[in-house]
Ligand binder design. Structure first.
Ligand code: ATP
Length: 313
């Protein structure tokens, strides 16, 4: 079957219920932007593969087990002697969280172009990349740029979520690399600030979108948080509102949105329906603790259509 492939770094996220300095219980989740997208697409019924390097440790085993339970293919995952990365998500107040990474020199950063070639086999229908992986190491940067280049050469459609992470690299470093990643992508997604980074001459969202479209990008999609999302296709500019939900945990909303948008596109839906599905998955993500645990299966996509507080019998 045609496959949607993502590759990147997976981490174990440990979520606190209060300040980390106080200690107390932590919940353990598989995380990572590309992993989140892979799980979201598998939930919607796609053949979804995640590629990357995991530590040859219990945490790596936990991530593999989580992906297997979600029916994400991990055939080409490599194991390494370096540890699997960890992140702490500290719920400092109900509204404010902080993230602390323990990802330096982790197994995930050992990704190399060799890992990519095995992943991008004949069944590849779509590749999804993010701007996190090229910030991890020289090898990881070479790997994602090679993956994008392979797609351009083989005319396989691919998407990029800019996902700028200031703890991993500077805006200047990102601005140098991102255009090499996004060139020729079918879909580029990001916040307005991130899209401006990927299109260095474009200061406003409109200018950035125009510049990206001129570089051969098919669609530029801006995630606007609780304000919804906006898509630029060259011919149209379309807006979609967010779904009204009580935000419990906004981490992972962006990845859920991306998966929703891509899935509607793969289903052959128009841009308005893609934005709607993106916002719908974003709403599922913010309404639930955890990056992807609350995301819908295909038969649950209409769950938010009825009003809040309803019990479906
Ligand atoms: P993150 O990096 O935290 O995963 P992001 O900044 O990449 O998130 P956002 O723009 O915050 O992405 O959220 C993505 C989508 O999720 C939005 O376009 C919107 O549809 C939905 N969303 C986000 N926050 C809310 C909210 N408070 N209520 C409803 N929907 C939301």
């Amino acid at each position: 079957a045609p496959r949607i492939v993502t590759l990147g770094e997976a981490l174990v996220s440990l979520r606190s219920v209060g300040p980390l300095t106080i200690g107390g219980p932590l919940s353990m989740h598989a995380a990572g932007a590309e992993l989140n997208v892979a799980v979201a697409l598998a939930r919607l019924g796609y053949a979804s593969s995640w590629g990357g390097v995991l530590g040859d440790d219990e945490l790596g085993e936990f991530i593999l087990r989580s992906l297997a339970a979600e029916r994400v293919d991990t055939t080409h995952v490599r194991r390494d002697t370096r540890p699997t990365a960890i992140m702490f998500l500290e719920a400092r107040t109900p509204e404010v969280s902080r993230i602390f990474y323990h990802r330096k020199d982790s197994a995930g950063a050992r990704l190399s172009p060799h890992d990519v070639d095995r992943l991008l086999d004949r069944d590849l229908a779509w590749l999804h990349l993010t701007g996190i992986t090229p910030a991890l190491s020289e090898g990881a940067r070479a790997a994602v740029l090679h993956a994008a280049q392979t797609c351009r050469r083989r005319s396989v459609p691919f998407s990029v979520d800019v996902n700028f992470r200031s703890k991993l690299w500077s805006e200047q470093e990102a601005a140098e690399v991102l255009p090499w990643l996004t060139e020729g992508a079918e879909v580029v997604i990001g916040s307005p600030e991130e899209l401006a980074l990927a299109a260095p001459a474009g200061k406003t969202l409109e200018a950035a979108a125009e510049e990206l479209l001129a570089s051969g990008v098919g669609e530029v999609v801006a995630k606007l948080g609780a304000a919804g999302a906006r898509a630029f296709t060259g011919r149209h500019v379309l807006d979609a509102p967010a779904f009204p939900v009580r935000a419990v945990d906004t981490v992972g909303a962006g990845d859920a949105f991306t998966a929703g948008y891509l899935s509607a596109r793969l289903d052959g839906e128009d841009v308005a329906a893609r934005l709607r599905r993106g916002c719908l998955l974003g709403a599922f993500a913010v309404g639930h603790l955890g990056d992807w645990e609350g995301l819908p299966r295909r038969d649950e996509l209409d769950l938010l259509d009825r009003g809040p507080g309803e019990t479906h019998r």
